[in-house]
Design a protein around this ligand. Structure first.
Ligand code: ADP
Length: 502
């Protein structure tokens, strides 16, 4: 006797009296104390389904009066849940019997050739097989639940011998990475994903697949996905290839969104570069500042020593004059440092500006230099459009450039000239400051904007002015260009965005 199948519960759907008796006999012959419920139609069977969740097997006769065969099988399968269904059919119906297997039936038996042993074997086999199918389905469900819960994309990718690329498995997270890609379509045609890869990364991406396929080495690549809204997602993909006997190469791996990591790494790099720049500036600053602060002080000290020994008013006045110019140098230096600090700390403003006033005020403040060097200043302001911008920084730029144009004149020249042109347009303002002074040697052209750089031996300046000009222009997202020739003059051309439209 078969202990494992004690008290088996059977639902037999059978309208033939003789067959009912036969089935009853066979079941009792093979199983210990079977519980059998006989019904004669689908309608009666349905009543049993309401109660059943514990039939071990359903035996279905195909020739019931209340249904055609195909819908009968479909309806029973629908209602049977996890209970396996065996079809009992006439030999003449064997073709249909085979078809029912694809509808989910476990087995089919020919009634006219049925034996007790055959029925037993089919029942036992069907129950075991159903158990396996259920356990397999549970494992599948578990796998897809787990893979669909994790935020990374888990996949199996295949390239067959004829080059066809498919994803036999790809988890739901792919929907977040890509757009307009249907998972089912992607499974059949993996190349659909290529359209999502950023065009600058596509060649590298495809080459890495070929390389991994040819050498059977790990596929590990970082690439960008470009979304329709121009959002860029950084993706890291890793997978291991396996060569199957039929020549297909299969990769098992994952894709991970690493945008956050990438952006913070980029930001870190940027911050690091900024910090390095500031550090270098600070170093240079400490070195030059100590020199530039000390040299006028040392001069003053020397002049005072000489003055102490002098006994004429003339000598004393001369000493005082020299002390004054050294104090002026110190003051200029401190003013430059203040401007530098203003530019880096003060917020960029956006106010309506009057260019005529701005240029005139700047020239007024430099008047003592203009008079001393007998220079003619030409001004051409074209301000037909309103201009919105940052007054503090624009003043710093103007006053440094105009002061230099005045300062670096050729002392012997007769018609010393500085020209200032301002042309306001709706999107930018163009400023041109030109002089016919000493000019700058082309080898220094790129360096004059460096901190503390002085191109001319005679310069008494601090070497900070043009550095501040460059920094201020960069804060305002503007540009500066220099054309210059030694002994002919210099021309600084600047553009600054007009925030009128911002
Ligand atoms: P400085 O305080 O020495 O004037 P800047 O940074 O303003 O410092 O200028 C750097 C150097 O560039 C100056 O020392 C000078 O040699 C050169 N330079 C700047 N502007 C002019 C100009 N308009 N003509 C000739 N040389 C200039």
């Amino acid at each position: 006797m078969h202990v494992a199948f004690n008290e088996i519960k059977v639902l037999s759907i059978e309208d033939n009296e003789g067959d009912t008796l036969l089935i009853d006999d066979y079941l009792k012959e093979e199983f210990v104390d079977p519980k059998i419920i006989f019904v004669k139609s689908f309608a009666e069977a349905k009543l049993q389904f309401g109660k059943q969740d514990n039939f071990d097997i359903i035996l279905l006769d195909l020739s019931l009066p209340d249904y055609d065969r195909k819908s009968l099988v479909e309806n029973i399968i629908d209602n049977a849940g996890n209970t396996p269904v065996i079809i009992l059919t006439g030999y003449a119906d064997r073709e249909f019997g085979v078809q029912t297997l694809s509808l989910g039936v476990s087995d089919y038996l020919f009634k006219d050739r049925l034996t007790a042993a055959q029925l037993f074997k089919s029942i036992v086999y069907s129950i075991e097989r159903k158990k396996n199918i259920i356990s397999l389905k549970e494992k599948n469900d578990l796998l897809s639940k787990l893979t669909n819960t994790v935020p990374i994309v888990i996949y199996q990718f295949e390239i067959s011998v004829d080059g066809k690329m498919t994803f036999p498995f790809i988890s739901e997270a792919i929907k977040k990475l890509t757009q307009n890609v249907n998972i089912e379509d992607l499974k059949n045609d993996a190349t659909l994903i290529f359209a999502n890869v950023h065009h600058d990364d596509l060649i590298k991406f495809l080459e890495s697949i070929v390389e991994s396929k040819v050498n059977l080495t790990e596929w590990a690549v970082e690439f960008r996905i470009l979304k329709e809204n121009n959002e860029i997602i950084w993706v890291k993909g890793i997978s291991q290839p396996e060569l199957k006997e039929n020549g297909t190469v299969v990769w098992y791996g994952f894709l991970e969104d690493i945008t956050a990591v990438k952006t913070s790494a980029e930001q870190l790099l940027m911050k690091n570069n900024e910090l390095q720049k500031t550090n270098e500036e600070l170093d240079r600053f400490v070195y030059s500042a100590s020199h530039d602060l000390r040299s006028p002080l040392a001069s003053i000290l020397g002049i005072v020593n000489i003055a102490e020994l002098s006994d004429t008013k003339l000598e004393l006045n001369d000493a005082l004059g020299r002390i004054k110019s050294n104090v002026k140098r110190l003051d200029d230096f401190i003013q430059d440092i203040l401007n530098y600090s203003k530019n880096s700390r003060v917020k960029v403003e956006n106010e309506l500006l009057n260019w005529k006033l701005l240029v005139e005020e700047t020239i007024d403040q430099l008047n003592f230099m203009v008079e001393a060097s007998k220079i003619s200043i030409e001004m051409e302001i074209n301000d037909g459009f309103s201009f919105y911008g940052d007054e503090i920084r624009l003043k710093i730029i103007l006053s440094n450039l105009i002061a230099n144009a005045i300062k670096y004149q050729q002392p012997e020249k007769k018609n010393k000239r500085v020209s200032i042109k301002v042309n306001v347009q709706p999107d930018i303002v163009e400023i041109i400051i030109e002089d016919n002074g000493i000019g700058i040697d082309s080898k220094y052209k790129d360096r004059i904007f460096d901190m503390f750089f002085r191109a001319s031996k005679g310069s008494t300046g601090t070497g900070i002015g043009l550095y501040i000009v460059k920094e201020a222009i960069s804060k305002l997202n503007g540009t500066i260009q220099l054309e210059t020739e030694v002994n002919t003059g210099s021309r600084f051309a600047i553009t600054i965005p007009n925030k009128l439209i911002a």
